[in-house]
Design a protein around this ligand. Structure first.
Ligand code: IPE
Ligand code: IPE
Ligand code: MG
Length: 245
């Protein structure tokens, strides 16, 4: 696919694009600090990058895109920062129709019950209204932890075994996976983490068992569509063997 980068030069993206890209949107705080601004300004700027990258992924035809917005561990942060992030999340949820377009399914990853009831209702409504859309899925991870995802699925399955709806010997990897927050979305192919950190920080740990990782020092608010092109081009050059030869 031929597209134009920021410098207006033509770039050819590889034929085979990743089916699922996951972004760890990190570096907002450092971005603000560099400008002597409070951390919440970094989050605001990072949210703009989210919108821009989401639109671009849709334009180039990426089928599934996950964004890590808030982890189960991020509750440790100062109350003011947590509240600012949740407020931003609320704004972006209310505005969602303006940037996802008509064919995008929205899935929230994580335990919603930590949020105010009106926000939970909005999230449930969005999932319900978009559930039959198949052009693209946008997965927003908020109050998400990979370990919590696995524990949550285990509890649901344990209840089913207890009620006699399921036999423990029928639990396979595929069945288990379908009970994760990601439902039928395929595994992560490409996991992108900006900000210079080289770790997964409890994001989609099951789903990225065979993901290719791409790390860059760029801070998330500065992450551009050109940077994403670089990651996709690098991804295409990797040899994925999935344990084979
Ligand atoms: C990522 O940016 C956003 C969240 C974790 C909510 P950070 O806030 O972690 O930014 P740094 O890592 O402190 O720069
Ligand atoms: C990961 O970033 C979580 C999100 C981007 C939402 P963190 O900033 O919380 O990760 P650590 O603490 O550096 O591992
Ligand atoms: Mg961070």
């Amino acid at each position: 696919m031929a597209i134009f980068g920021k410098k207006k030069t033509e770039i050819t993206l590889p034929e085979k694009l990743p089916e699922h890209i996951a972004f760890i949107m990190d570096g907002n705080g450092r971005w603000a600090k560099k400008r002597a601004m409070p951390r919440k300004f970094g989050h605001r700027e990072g949210a703009k990058t989210f919108k821009k990258i989401m639109r671009y992924c849709k334009d180039i035809g990426i089928k599934n895109v996950s964004f890590y917005a808030f982890s189960t561990e991020n509750w440790k942060r100062p109350k003011e920062e947590v509240e600012a992030i949740i407020e931003l999340f609320r704004e972006y949820i209310l505005d969602v129709w303006n940037y996802i377009g008509e064919d995008v399914r929205v899935l929230f990853l994580g335990d919603k019950t930590f949020f105010d009831e009106d926000l939970q209702n909005k999230m449930n409504e969005l999932e319900e209204e978009t559930k039959n859309r198949r052009e693209m899925t946008m997965l927003l991870a908020i109050n998400y932890g990979g370990r919590d995802d696995i524990v949550h699925a285990s509890k649901v399955l344990a209840e089913k075994v207890k009620n006699g709806e399921l036999r423990s010997e029928d639990i396979t990897e595929d069945l288990f996976q379908s009970y994760l927050y990601t439902l039928d979305v395929p595994d992560v192919d490409l996991m992108i983490r900006p900000s210079g950190e080289q770790r997964i920080s409890n994001f989609l740990i099951w789903q990225s068992a065979y993901a290719e990782f791409y790390f860059t020092d760029i801070l998330w608010p500065d992450f551009s569509t050109d940077d994403l092109n670089d990651a996709i081009i690098e991804f295409a050059s990797r040899s994925r063997r999935f344990g084979g030869v």
